[in-house]
Design a protein around this ligand. Structure first.
Ligand SMILES: Nc1nc2c(ncn2[C@@H]2O[C@H](COP(=O)(O)OP(=O)(O)OP(=O)(O)O)[C@@H](O)[C@H]2O)c(=O)[nH]1
Ligand SMILES: [Mg+2]
Length: 216
């Protein structure tokens, strides 16, 4: 099996420890934002988690912080409707974004999502990194590519995290990793390192914690 790029070897023990330390501390819900004028002040760095509805954004936040129900999760797509802010450490906001691409969403809801997220991506200078979560079983879908174009255009540094890694065999993970790598080649805002996580099996979390801690 070839090593996935997110293997612990990518990070030094010092970096991994810094990540563990950051996430061992308190993490508190700040507020849910429905319009840009509701954003908290920008003295902290925003680290956002975005992706299709049901990809596992809220679950990943809970897994990273070791809290069961910090962010609300659900089998019902479209659970997270607001931009939810959490503060962690001295420097960071973790930002749980509402999911996109929910097939049964009402048109008005899709438009509201587009408006809010576009404004956020364009206007939030303190948005340091956006983790774009992709379900490892499905890979990049057309609406993921639309978001990626939006991110390129707004020059928002983003990094792909494959979620639900527990659902795939390692050779299947290799295949999807390679396909995503190829697709990201022409996207200047993409960070080249891919993470593979499972909130269910709690894998890939230390690496992602380290990645975040390094953004301070
Ligand atoms: N097997 C497995 N299931 C997961 C994993 N992460 C999340 N899920 C499941 O996927 C479903 C959706 O998870 P959420 O965390 O609510 O997804 P979300 O991206 O926040 O969804 P929205 O807020 O609706 O956009 C839930 O049933 C989770 O239990 C994982 O790592 N492995
Ligand atoms: Mg959610």
């Amino acid at each position: 099996m070839s090593a996935p790029m997110s293997e612990t070897g990518d990070f030094t023990e010092t970096e991994l420890n810094a990540g563990r330390l950051l996430f061992a501390g308190e993490c508190n819900f700040v507020r849910g934002v429905v319009a840009l004028d509701g954003l908290p002040s920008d003295e902290r760095i925003d680290v956002a988690f975005a992706g299709r509805s049901n990809v596992g954004k809220s679950s990943l936040l809970n897994a990273l912080t070791g809290r069961k129900a910090l962010a609300r999760t659900s089998n019902t797509p479209g659970r997270t409707r607001e931009i939810n802010y959490f503060e962690i450490g001295k420097h960071f906001y973790l930002v749980d974004m509402p999911g996109y691409g929910y097939a049964r969403a009402e048109r008005a809801q899709v438009e509201a999502w587009n408006k809010l997220v576009r404004a956020y991506l364009r206007g939030r200078a303190s948005l340091r990194r956006l983790f774009l979560l992709i379900d490892a079983r499905h890979g990049l879908k057309p609406n993921d590519l639309e978001i990626i174009d939006m991110l390129d255009e707004a020059a928002v540094s983003f990094q792909v995290v494959l979620t639900k890694g527990d659902k795939l065999k390692s050779h299947e993970l290799d295949t999807v990793t390679k396909a995503v790598d190829v697709a990201l080649k022409n996207h200047p805002a993409a960070h080249p390192r891919l993470h593979i996580t499972s909130s269910a099996k709690r894998t890939g979390l230390d690496e992602l914690r380290a990645e975040i801690a390094m953004l301070a």
